[in-house]
Design a protein around this ligand. Structure first.
Ligand code: AVJ
Ligand code: FE
Length: 446
C-alpha cells in the first residue's frame, strides 16, 4: 500500500510539473515572438524570457542539486537568474539566455528531474523530500511566475497575445446577504502538516477573535464606481495619511486599466477594450484604494486572521478546512482559478465553493488585500531558504489572501499567504470589507 501511495504521489508530481511547464510555454514561446519575449514591457516586470529561464534555474537548484544531490548543469547562470542580485528593471540588460536557449535549458533540467524523481525518497522523513515537499515548492514556484507573467501580459501594449477566453458565467442578480457574521472564538490559523505549505504558513496555531462581519462577496466595479462618483478620490477623510500622500502624489483617480471612451467607462484587459463589467470584482486597486473605499463604506479591511477564519473555520465541527468548501481539490464549480477565464467571475457566483460562514469566492477571482503586515507566525522557522519569506518580514508589505483567476489551484489554499507593497496595482487584486460585530445579529442587506 505504501508503495502504491508513493507511485501515486510520483505520478501526480510528474503531471503537475508538466502542467506548469505547458502553462509557462503558453505564456511565452507560444504567445509572443522573440522581440516581445526579450523586451521589457514595464519597469515593474522582468522580460518574459527571464521568468522562463528563472523557473528552470530554480528547478535545477532545488530538484537536481539540493534534492537529488546531482551535479550542477549551468552554475554559471545562477547569478543571472537570482532575483535578489538583479532588480526587475535591470534584468533586460543582462546576458540572458535567448528564448530558444531557455527552452533548451529548461528541457534538459526537466529530463534529469524526471529521471531522479523515480528514485526520490518521497515517503522518508527527509525534510525536503518527505511528502514531496520540495517538488511541490518547485511546482508552485513555476505557477507563481506564470501569474507574474500574466501581469506582464496585462501591462503589455499591442494586440491580444492570448487566445480568446471562454465567456464568464452569467451574473444574474445577486440576492444573497451583503455581509455574513463570524462568531467570536478560537480557530486554527496556518498549518503544520500540509505537504504543499510554504514556511510562512507554518506552524498551525490557535487564534481567538472577537465576532466580526465580513462581506459575502468581493467589492464589485458597480460598488466601487459609487465611491468614485461620490468624490471618494478627492476626499481625504477616507484615506490614511500614507494613502492620501500616494493618491495625491500619483494623481490616481481610478483603478489601473480603467479608461473612458467618450462618456462610457471601459477597461483594458489583455489587449482588448470592453465596457466596465459592473458585476465583476474590482481589480487592480492598491491597498490604499481598498482602505479608502472601506472607510467610505463605513467598514474596514479584514485582518488576515479574520480572512482565514472566515474562509476555513467550520463552527459545526470546530475544524478548519483546507479549502472553503472542504477537502476536495478545486474544480470549476468551486472557484475560478488557473487562468481558465482570463478574468474574475461575477461576484456572488460559485455557491458550491462557499465557506461555512457563507462567504463566496474566498479562493480565486481576485487576491484580497488584508489590513495585516507580513510577518512570521509564532514559532516560524525559515525553510528551506530565508529568501522565500523571512527576508520580507517587517518590510513595507501587506498580506494578500485567496488567489486570483490567474492563480493555479496547486498554488492556493485557505492558509496560503501572498504579500506585496501597498502601492502595487499590476497584480490581480481586489478586496472585501469587514467590520466589528458589536453584538448585533442577522444579515445586513447590500
Ligand atoms: C509570493 C508572489 C510575493 O513573486 O515575489 C517567486 C513568489 N518567490 N519566486 C514573488 C516568488 C520567488 C513571490 N510572491
Ligand atoms: Fe522566483
Amino acid at each position: 500500500a505504501e508503495r502504491a501511495a508513493a507511485e501515486d504521489l510520483r505520478s501526480r508530481i510528474a503531471a503537475e510539473l508538466d502542467t506548469g511547464r505547458a502553462r509557462s510555454v503558453g505564456l511565452t514561446l507560444e504567445a509572443l515572438d522573440e522581440a516581445e519575449l526579450v523586451t521589457q514591457h514595464s519597469p515593474l516586470m522582468s522580460p518574459l524570457v527571464w521568468d522562463l529561464a528563472h523557473v528552470g534555474n530554480y528547478e535545477e537548484q532545488w530538484l537536481l542539486r539540493a534534492a537529488a544531490g546531482g551535479r550542477a548543469l549551468r552554475p554559471d547562470i545562477d547569478v543571472l537568474y537570482d532575483a535578489f542580485e538583479n532588480p526587475r528593471a535591470e534584468r533586460v540588460a543582462l546576458p540572458l539566455l535567448s528564448p530558444s536557449e531557455a527552452e533548451d535549458y529548461n528541457a534538459r533540467v526537466r529530463d534529469r528531474v524526471l529521471d531522479s524523481l523515480d528514485r526520490a525518497a518521497l515517503h522518508s522523513d527527509d525534510p525536503l523530500l518527505g511528502g514531496g515537499f520540495v517538488y511541490h515548492m518547485v511546482i508552485q514556484h513555476e505557477h507563481q511566475h506564470d501569474e507574474t507573467m500574466l501581469a506582464t501580459h496585462q501591462l503589455r501594449g499591442g494586440a491580444p497575445a492570448l487566445q480568446d477566453p471562454p465567456a464568464p458565467p452569467a451574473p444574474g442578480a445577486y440576492t444573497g446577504p451583503g455581509e455574513v457574521l463570524v462568531d467570536a472564538g478560537p480557530f486554527t490559523m496556518g498549518t503544520t502538516a500540509d505537504p504543499w505549505a510554504y514556511d510562512n504558513e507554518r506552524p498551525a496555531h490557535t487564534v481567538d477573535l472577537p465576532p466580526f462581519w465580513i462581506d459575502a462577496r468581493a467589492v464589485t466595479n458597480a460598488q466601487y464606481l459609487e465611491f468614485v462618483a461620490d468624490g471618494g478620490y478627492d476626499d481625504p477623510r477616507w484615506w490614511s495619511e500614507r494613502g492620501w500622500d500616494w493618491r495625491t502624489g500619483s494623481g490616481t483617480s481610478a483603478p489601473a486599466f480603467w479608461a473612458r471612451d467618450g462618456g462610457a467607462r471601459v477597461r483594458r484587459r489583455l489587449g482588448r477594450v470592453e465596457p466596465l463589467p459592473l458585476d465583476e470584482p474590482v481589480q487592480h486597486v492598491s491597498f490604499y484604494e481598498a482602505e479608502a473605499y472601506s472607510r467610505w463604506a463605513g467598514k474596514r479591511l479584514p485582518t488576515e486572521a479574520e480572512w482565514e477564519k472566515a474562509a476555513r473555520f467550520d463552527p459545526a465541527t470546530g475544524d478548519c478546512r483546507r479549502f472553503p468548501w472542504g477537502p476536495d481539490e478545486p474544480e470549476a464549480r468551486h472557484a475560478n482559478l488557473g487562468q481558465r477565464l482570463l478574468r474574475p467571475a461575477p461576484a456572488g457566483t460559485h455557491p458550491a465553493g462557499a465557506a461555512p460562514c457563507g462567504a463566496l469566492q474566498m479562493l480565486g477571482d481576485v487576491w484580497e488585500w488584508t489590513s495585516s503586515d507580513f510577518t512570521g507566525y509564532p514559532g516560524f522557522a525559515a525553510f528551506p531558504y530565508r529568501e522565500y519569506s523571512e527576508v520580507f518580514f517587517g518590510g513595507d508589505y501587506k498580506v494578500l489572501r485567496g488567489g486570483s483567476w490567474a492563480t493555479h489551484p496547486t498554488a492556493v489554499r485557505t492558509t496560503f499567504r501572498n504579500w506585496d507593497h501597498p502601492v502595487r496595482r499590476q497584480i490581480f487584486t481586489g478586496f472585501r470589507c469587514a467590520r466589528d460585530a458589536g453584538g448585533g445579529t442577522g444579515n445586513r442587506e447590500d
